[in-house]
Design a protein around this ligand. Structure first.
Ligand code: MRU
Length: 364
């Protein structure tokens, strides 16, 4: 997508063919910074400390991290060590394990001398696949937005609520939940996005809002607690969120607070859609609530908030008393029964085992 008229993806390999640049998302929306990753530790830190984030982008970054490691040491032991080091960075998004398994499986079959080149080629393929998947999710979700637009008065926007950032910053390009929105806006279908702030890290306020400003998509920032009220008033036509891991039977794990939006949507008859790239399906898990590991992040993310002061400095301020402990579960699980449909690259299906296995028969 474009930043000040120039096309960017969130991650790319530099001309040296080895080091990797990323958009350092910690500074958005205040500063647009690019950082170079040039050691296994850099890749692990970038994922763990959320310089990059979003399930698909975490996976792609890990794939490049493994490729980097192959230039330093292409042995089986180094491959396993890189897998472990990168895998331990964030526990919930399944794309991380998916990408690491794809890389290791591919590379282990090759002679050591061929591994570095093959690793970059495979990582590039994973990145390119992500873009194609998101384009297809965009087309499939666009049909739903068009249908909603047909039920509105002429010129009235379709109001879409989204949570966290499942935009292009969370992927290599286009985003998952935002891909249909960008396509609708490009096509001239009137859309308006309600952007959940998404405490504690404010991915909605800082990242989704920045994306929508950059692409001229009408939107309104709301606090996380406003969604239920807006749904009761009939102000939301549909919810579209992303996911970090969806089980084989359609339970959806996503950013903390998603479940509350799904409950409010069900109570108010608002369709609740999840944009789901197939690498985000965990075919080994059926009970999302009991089986998906939920990342517990530092309490400081709750007590300290980043922002820009009037003099332009980007800094953190404390919002609660020193000494008040904070809990910070980063994700929750929305049971399949609360999900209207899964927008995948192959089509829109019911959030159920039958729905998913019908679409991906090779996995069932
Ligand atoms: O903690 P984050 O910012 O990595 O969480 C991101 C989300 O929860 C997204 O909604 C999810 O990864 C889907 S991104 C296409």
């Amino acid at each position: 997508m474009k930043v000040q008229g120039r096309h960017y993806t969130t991650i790319w390999v530099n001309e040296d063919g080895r080091s990797v640049d990323i958009i350092d998302q910690r500074w958005l929306p205040h500063e647009f910074r690019i950082v170079t990753l040039a050691s296994l530790e850099d890749f692990a830190t970038a994922i763990r400390d959320m310089w990059v984030r979003g399930a698909p982008l975490i996976g792609v970054t890990a794939a490049y991290g493994m490729a980097w490691q192959m230039t330093a040491d292409p042995s089986d032991a180094a491959l396993d060590e890189a897998w472990e080091r990168l895998h331990e960075t964030r526990p919930t998004a399944i794309n991380l394990r998916w990408a690491l398994d794809a890389m290791r499986g591919h590379l282990k079959a090759l002679p050591e001398a061929d591994r570095a080149e093959a690793a970059y080629a495979r990582a590039r393929e994973i990145a390119a696949e992500d873009i194609e998947i998101n384009r297809a999710i965009g087309r499939n979700g666009l049909a739903l937005i068009r249908e909603a637009a047909a039920r509105k008065k002429p010129g009235e926007p379709v109001n879409i609520l989204t949570h966290c950032n499942a935009g292009w910053l969370a992927t290599v390009d286009y985003g998952t939940a935002t891909a249909p929105i960008y396509l609708a806006a490009e096509e001239g279908v009137p859309v308006h996005v309600y952007v959940d702030e998404t405490r504690p890290r404010n991915q909605g306020a800082q990242l989704t809002a920045w994306e929508l400003v950059g692409h001229g998509v009408p939107h309104t920032l709301i606090v996380d607690n406003a969604g239920g009220h807006l749904m009761q008033r009939g102000n939301i036509d549909m919810v579209i969120v992303g996911t970090d891991r969806t089980t084989a039977n359609g339970d959806v794990c996503n950013k903390i607070g998603t479940y509350l939006k799904a409950l409010a949507a069900a109570d108010n008859g608002v369709p609740f859609y999840v944009a789901l790239p197939s690498p985000t399906i965990d075919w080994t898990v059926s009970d999302g609530i009991r089986e998906i590991p939920i990342e517990e992040r530092a309490g400081d993310e709750v007590s300290l908030v980043w922002g820009r002061t009037a003099d332009g400095a980007v800094t953190q301020v404390r919002t609660s008393p020193e000494g008040t402990p904070a809990g910070n579960p980063a994700f929750d699980v929305t049971p399949a029964r609360l999900v209207t449909g899964l927008i995948t690259e192959r089509g829109v299906v019911a959030a159920s085992r039958e729905g998913l296995s019908g679409l991906y028969p090779e996995r069932s």
